[in-house]
Structure formats: structure tokens, C-alpha cells
Design a protein around this ligand. Structure first.
Ligand code: DX5
Ligand code: ZN
Length: 233
């Protein structure tokens, strides 16, 4: 990963919507079809009502992910697992602000482990909650669904929060990511509000498969073009 900050639009397919029996091949297929980053949703059945992957899965996928591995931790507590995810090869490790009382320590620990530090906000958390740690983050993730499941409807009320966070970030080298219900229609609105990383699960993987991956590329291009970005594939 280069250290040059890049605010161009990036599409980050969430492999929560991929074929779990063939995740390595799915990562390779979606990268070949133009994904900019790969988004890995880690769920613990405690912070969110669903269970998905752990650090062992991230380590196994690492060699199949030819680009940035963006690991979204929907777990509590967080700190005791940071080293494992960093050693698994995560480029970004994103923790939830709501996951514990010591988010500043968590963000420091992520950077200390050699990864980029992300901070995710549930829909009920205001933009202003980020202000005290703005200089400790490399990415802010605005949840536009309640975390836990793919395929939910985009929460329109979060667009104003994206706009506010974009103002708060200013010139800092901080990515503004949007996660949940992103499709060509909503992508246009969140990019207009200032987002640069678009996570999309169902809207990328629908209609395709490892045997027939072309729809992944069509879906990625549809999101990218609705976002007003040039085709980076
Ligand atoms: C939700 C996850 C999202 C989700 C996105 O808890 O963080 O990344 O998989 O899925 P879609 O794009 O289907 O809403
Ligand atoms: Zn996610």
C-alpha cells in the first residue's frame, strides 16, 4: 500500500454478499472485475446480532486480495483482537465508536500495530462524536444501515451526517467511507455529500458468480458511473 493519500472514488465490495464456500476465488474474481478495495465484515454475535469471519479467515484471504484489505470490526471488545487482524494482513482496521469506552486507545493500538485506523459510526451516533479523535483516524465509516446484515435499505437520514463529516475532515488525509445499502442510486447522493469509499455487498455481487463474474464488473461500473467517477477498472 502506498502512503500517497487518494481521495478518488473507490468501490469496496463487501464479501458478506459473496459465496462463503469460495471466498478466495470470490475476492480474486471481484478484484479482476474492477474492485478497488475488498471490505471484510467481522461480526461477533454480541456487538451485532450476526456472526461472520475472524482473523484466521482474513489471513487465509490475504493472498487472494490483490488490493487493499479493509476490515470492519463489528465486535466488542476490540482491543484484544487488533494484533491478530494486523498480523492477518489488514490494511485498514475499523472499530466502532460504540464498541467500548476507550476509542482513543483503540485507534492508537491499531496504528501501533501497523495498520490504518478506521472509526465506524452507527446511525444513531452524531458526527460531532468524532471531533476529539479526528487526528487519530485514517478513515471514518458512516453506517447507512444498522450493522449486522447485508441487503438492508439505505438510511437516507445519514446523508447529512456524511456532509457534516466531510466539512469536519477538511484537508486531513482521512477517507470518508459509506457502508450499507449502497447502489447506483444512493452512491450518487453519498458521493455528492463527500464520501470517497463506497462499500457495497448485494449491489456488487447480485447476478454474478465465480463461473460468471462479468455481472460483478457491470455492477461495479454502474455504481462508479452513478457516482460520477471515471471508470477505474
Ligand atoms: C453491514 C455491513 C455491510 C454490509 C453491506 O453490517 O457492515 O458492509 O455487508 O451490505 P449491503 O451493501 O448489501 O448493504
Ligand atoms: Zn461493513
Amino acid at each position: 500500500m502506498t502512503d500517497t493519500f487518494d481521495r478518488s472514488i473507490k468501490i469496496a465490495p463487501s464479501i458478506l454478499a459473496a459465496d462463503f464456500a469460495a471466498l478466495g476465488a470470490e475476492c480474486e474474481a471481484v478484484c479482476a472485475q474492477g474492485a478497488d478495495w475488498i471490505h471484510v465484515d467481522v461480526m461477533d454475535g454480541h456487538f451485532v446480532p450476526n456472526i461472520s469471519f475472524g482473523p484466521g479467515m482474513c489471513a487465509a484471504l490475504r493472498s487472494h486480495v490483490k488490493t487493499v484489505m479493509d476490515v470492519h470490526l463489528m465486535i466488542a471488545p476490540v482491543d484484544r483482537y487488533i494484533t491478530a487482524f494486523a498480523e492477518a494482513g489488514a490494511d485498514f482496521i475499523t472499530a466502532h465508536l460504540e464498541a467500548g469506552p476507550h476509542i482513543h486507545r483503540t485507534l492508537q493500538a491499531i496504528r501501533g500495530a501497523g495498520a490504518k485506523a478506521g472509526l465506524a459510526l452507527n446511525p444513531g451516533t452524531p458526527a460531532e462524536a468524532v471531533a476529539p479523535v479526528l487526528d487519530e483516524v485514517d478513515l471514518i465509516c458512516v453506517m447507512t444501515v444498522n450493522p449486522g446484515f447485508g441487503g438492508q435499505s439505505f438510511l437516507e437520514g445519514q446523508v447529512a451526517k456524511i456532509r457534516r463529516l466531510r466539512e469536519m475532515i477538511g484537508d486531513r488525509p482521512v477517507h470518508l467511507e459509506v457502508d450499507g445499502g449502497v447502489d447506483p442510486t444512493t452512491a450518487q447522493r453519498v458521493v455528492a455529500a463527500g464520501a470517497d469509499v463506497l462499500v457495497a455487498g448485494s449491489a456488487v455481487f447480485r447476478g454474478g458468480s465465480i463461473a460468471d463474474p462479468a455481472p460483478y464488473g457491470e455492477n461495479i461500473r454502474a455504481i462508479r458511473s452513478a457516482a460520477g467517477a471515471p471508470d477505474g477498472a
